[in-house]
Design a protein around this ligand. Structure first.
Ligand code: NAD
Length: 496
């Protein structure tokens, strides 16, 4: 188990997690602890503090004090610190992987893939220290030269969900730091120890105290206190659309920079010329991998009418064949917590009243899985694009399948959504693929694979209810975490 304070509860040792402030774990004197349960078996894993507004405000003051020294370091040196953090992540690979697996209920191989992605993210932004370029500009004024530089905002509030906890942390912390901001990371209530372990690794890497701080607690208390603090100049939030809207309103009152990466209701189109086996494979991964807990999950499968029955049969068979669990070879794990499991089952039960349930829809009853927060891979046949199942983000292993006459109708159905995050099409026809990419309402359009996200150097994000149009990671993340300053000099020939 990860080092930390252990305490005994019902004769079992449970991890007690404090905030990470100024380079050390701090246990705020309080009675208000939050419990974190193992999604695979429902057992208590850890307790962590529910940070009060006072604790949050004190942490912001401290991060503000550390800003001057960190932002004065040149970006190449900051990049070297990032490189050292990456090295620590590699040195502590198995501990990181096990922590992610334990907190999320992922298999070790899925957790390992996620950790590798986080490491790659760190490597990319460590190198960015050497490329934090501005632009050299010409001028209409004789003798004037002009250029732009990037400057940090100050203290960055980074608020993350638990679906891919270490990737979410890397996605925000590395670009925020390379730009010269100090950081307060608000961990997810469902993955406190991943954030705690990451913070400890930054210390081992030699990152000066106070540059990266972690607070734990309930979103509506600790997260809201962070967002409301006037010394927070940039907020990067990944999470639900509802909370994103609350944050946007709060930040607007002082015009703080905000990046919102929110939910999705992502369409996956299968044309009649698609390789059907391949389309089924990617539809299944899009809908059910990570138990559907992906903003980019393929939650609306739209299939050409003339291959509909064939696709449907194969897709149902594929969903029924998926193995639930945490072992090697498992296809999907549980959802993150009991409340989420109950919420999804409620939505399924409501949808059953109006739509046709093709498979799944329940909680597995096997001895191994019944105490965890599992849900069977679930497919609804749902022709009505206005129906509940086609409109609310479920964030679980639930998808819908519907028919389209042709590509125009498929795209029309795909675009009947208030979200705009990712989309995919399966076709052997390049013209269809490119037409779809041009017409679909999404920040990412993928041809012949899944409704998947980005790589460290690629911009990810959406619009509508999916976000406020910012893109992270990639170079575009630098626009979130820095201000551009335009510097101009007017030469004086008389002084030459
Ligand atoms: P959530 O919005 O409930 O919580 C996300 C984070 O926000 C948590 O750390 C939580 O503590 C905090 N929070 C909650 N209320 C807050 C408030 N009032 N003020 C400040 N912080 C607050 O989301 P979740 O259920 O943890 O995650 C699932 C959601 O995240 C889904 O909607 C999913 O689509 C979205 N998501 C989006 C992306 C993306 O890149 N677009 C990636 C992953 C997940």
């Amino acid at each position: 188990m990860v080092d930390g304070q252990l305490f005994k509860i019902m004769n079992k040792q449970i991890l007690k997690i404090g905030n990470w402030i100024n380079g050390q774990e701090v246990f705020i004197p309080q009675e208000d602890w939050i419990e974190k349960y193992n999604p695979h078996n429902g057992k208590l894993l850890s307790i962590f503090c529910n940070s009060t507004q006072e604790a949050v405000d004190n942490t912001v003051k401290l991060a503000f004090r550390s800003f001057s020294s960190w932002s004065s370091l040149n970006p190449i040196k900051r990049g070297q610190f990032l490189g050292a953090i990456v090295a620590q992540m590699k040195n502590n690979l198995s501990e990181l992987t096990e922590t992610v697996a334990l907190e999320t209920g992922k298999s070790i191989s899925d957790a390992s893939g996620e950790v590798q992605g986080a490491i790659l993210q760190g490597e990319y932004f460590a190198g960015e220290g050497m490329r934090l370029f501005g632009q050299s500009l010409n001028s209409g004024m004789d003798g004037k030269t002009s250029h732009t530089v990037r400057e940090p905002h100050g203290v960055a509030a980074l608020i993350v969900p638990a679906n891919t906890p270490i990737a979410n942390i890397a996605w925000k912390v590395f670009p925020a730091l390379i730009c010269g901001n100090t950081v307060i990371l608000k961990s997810s209530e469902d993955a406190p120890n991943t954030a705690n372990l990451f913070a400890k690794l930054t210390k081992k890497a030699g990152l000066p105290d106070g540059i990266l701080n972690v607070i734990h607690g309930k979103g509506e208390i600790s997260g809201a206190a962070l967002v409301a603090n006037p010394q927070i100049n940039v907020i990067s939030f990944t999470g639900s659309t509802h909370v994103g809207q609350l944050i946007a309103v709060e930040a607007a009152s002082r015009l703080a920079r905000v990046s919102l990466e929110l939910g999705g209701k992502n369409p996956f189109i299968v044309c009649d010329d698609a390789d059907i086996e391949r389309a089924v494979h990617w539809a299944s991964l899009s809908a059910f991998s990570n138990a559907g807990q992906r903003c980019a999950s393929g939650s609306r499968i739209i299939v050409f009418e003339n291959i509909y029955e064939e696709f449907k049969e194969l897709f149902i068979a594929k969903a029924k064949s998926l193995k639930l669990g945490i072992h090697e070879g498992s296809d999907l794990g549980p959802v993150i917590n009991k409340a989420q499991q109950e919420k999804i089952i409620e939505i399924i039960n409501q949808a059953k009243l109006t739509e046709t349930l093709l498979c799944g829809g329940g909680i597995p009853e096997t001895k191994e899985l019944k105490n965890g927060f599992y849900i069977e891979p679930t497919i609804f046949e749902c022709a009505d694009s206005n129906s509940l199942i086609n409109n609310i983000e479920i964030f679980g292993p639930v998808t819908s399948i519907s028919k389209a006459d042709d590509l125009s109708q498929a795209i029309e159905i795909a675009n009947k959504t208030d979200y705009g995050l990712t989309a995919a099409i399966h076709t052997k026809n390049i013209d269809r693929g490119l037409w779809f990419a041009k017409k679909v309402k999404a920040g990412l359009a993928n041809i012949n694979f899944g409704t998947y996200g980005s790589e460290p150097h690629m911009p990810f994000g959406g619009f509508g209810l999916s976000g406020n149009g910012t893109r992270e990671p990639g170079l575009e993340a630098l626009d979130v975490y820095s201000e551009l300053k335009n510097i101009s000099i007017l030469n004086r020939p008389d002084l030459i």
